[in-house]
Design a protein around this ligand. Structure first.
Ligand SMILES: Nc1nc2c(ncn2[C@@H]2O[C@H](COP(=O)(O)OP(=O)(O)OP(=O)(O)O)[C@@H](O)[C@H]2O)c(=O)[nH]1
Length: 389
């Protein structure tokens, strides 16, 4: 990841180090932190399609993660880095947590079987005290909105020392706003930051009573102190706890709840300020110009996949593979990229090409437009499709 300057319209500006204009020289930059640096590592978890990548992009102010209406757009863990003044927020955009049965049902690749522990393990090892879970729920999905995904509950239960906040996302799509209070009560078991919600009385789940009642008894300050001193980030859940989690609707240890729309600037700014305040003294992990740990090719191929998902039936994009054929500076300062898509079936090749090549041209145009905003320069993408023999 190199820090560069680029010229456009006769004026110089610096490109973010995370998304350099060519993929050749990725010299890592050392963190350029001030003396009083603060840091917070945020893992955004939630069911597929909850809006995790949209939120990450909005917080970063730039589209570095693919977003689509189809589930499982995000295929692997990736970092976004938001640095402002003395504070660095490291956002971990995770794939929607999924299970073996869903992989089978939706004919997903085995690689989509993401173990939530693995998703968060690496950053946990590096620093437990500076961690926060943001749990996202799509409140517009009436089938799933009133209970937390089992995989999410498992993740929270296995890391009880890590504070978590609940984000009820897509409230712009909910007409009856009073429903949001009921949902909050259900998803929090009626308890937020150790206090009973006044909305209505909720019965705490059986297993939560059995655990030491520390979360509900500690004041926020005592609680923070406990988190900071904690050496053990995760605990292994017993069979009994897992069984109890299956019948559990919500999580009684959220510190805060946000009713939120990832597409609303004001909402995003409110959450951003909350994260900035929650950051603790600690060393930055990245240079202030780094935006993501994804390589330029990874950003490009994930945005191509996003567009393929938007325009084609789900099974087609998931079966395509991509190869970056070239990536070079054009004479006028633009970025020329050529990507070849390989399909397993002739019918898929025809679908991607579309009538008279219109679809592949449209996808290439849309990807170029998005990438121009990522790389802050004109991008010309050539996209071709071939049958893999
Ligand atoms: N109306 C509305 N749509 C939203 C909001 N947040 C996300 N979306 C849409 O929801 C869809 C899914 O968003 P993503 O950000 O891709 O969701 P994700 O959780 O990263 O999905 P996976 O990668 O499948 O895990 C996209 O079409 C977004 O545009 C919101 O606050 N309001």
């Amino acid at each position: 990841m190199a820090c560069r300057a680029a010229e456009a319209d006769g004026s110089f500006y610096r490109l973010p180090a995370s998304v350099p204009p060519d993929s050749g020289n990725h010299t890592p930059l050392h963190p350029d932190q001030p003396d009083n640096s603060k840091v917070l590592k945020v893992a955004i978890i939630g069911a597929p399609n909850a809006g995790k990548s949209t939120l990450s992009n909005q917080l970063l102010g730039r589209k570095v993660f693919a977003v689509s209406k189809k589930v499982h757009t995000t295929r692997s863990r990736a970092l976004g880095v938001l640095t402002e003044n003395d504070t660095q927020i490291i956002l971990l955009d995770t794939p929607g947590l999924t299970t073996p049965s869903k992989v089978k049902r939706h004919q997903l690749e085995k690689s989509m079987l993401v173990d939530p522990w693995n998703t968060v393990k690496e950053p946990l090892i590096s620093c437990v005290a500076l961690f926060l879970f943001v749990v996202m729920v799509d409140v517009a999905d009436r089938w799933t909105c009133n209970r937390l995904d089992f995989e999410v509950l498992k993740c929270l239960a296995q890391h009880p020392n890590i504070p978590a906040i609940l984000v009820l996302n897509k409230v712009d799509l909910v007409k009856a706003k009073d429903k949001l209070l009921d949902l909050t009560a259900e998803l929090t078991c009626g308890i937020v930051n150790g206090q009973k919600m006044r909305v209505r009385l909720m019965v705490k789940p059986r297993w939560a009573k059995k655990r030491p009642e520390r979360d509900s008894e500690l004041s926020p300050d005592e609680d923070n102190a406990r988190h900071e001193g904690s050496a053990e980030p995760s605990s292994v859940l017993s069979k009994e706890q897992l069984k109890a989690l299956r019948s559990q609707q919500g999580w009684p240890s959220f510190k805060d709840v946000f009713m939120f729309s990832s597409t609303d600037r004001e909402d995003v700014d409110t959450l951003k300020s909350y994260l900035m305040v929650a950051a603790k003294p600690g060393p930055w992990q990245y240079h202030s110009e780094v935006l993501t740990d994804q390589s330029p090719e990874e950003v490009c191929t994930s945005i191509i996949r996003e567009k393929l998902l938007e325009h084609l039936p789900q099974e087609v994009p998931y079966s395509l593979t991509q190869t970056v054929e070239f990536w070079r500076d054009g004479e006028g300062g633009e970025l020329d990229i050529s990507v070849k898509l390989y399909a397993m079936k002739d019918s898929h090749v025809r679908m991607v090409i579309g009538t008279a090549g219109q679809l592949v041209a449209r996808i290439a145009h849309e990807v170029s437009k998005d990438l121009s905003q990522v790389y802050l320069r004109e991008v010309r993408l050539k996209l071709s499709v071939k049958l893999r023999k």
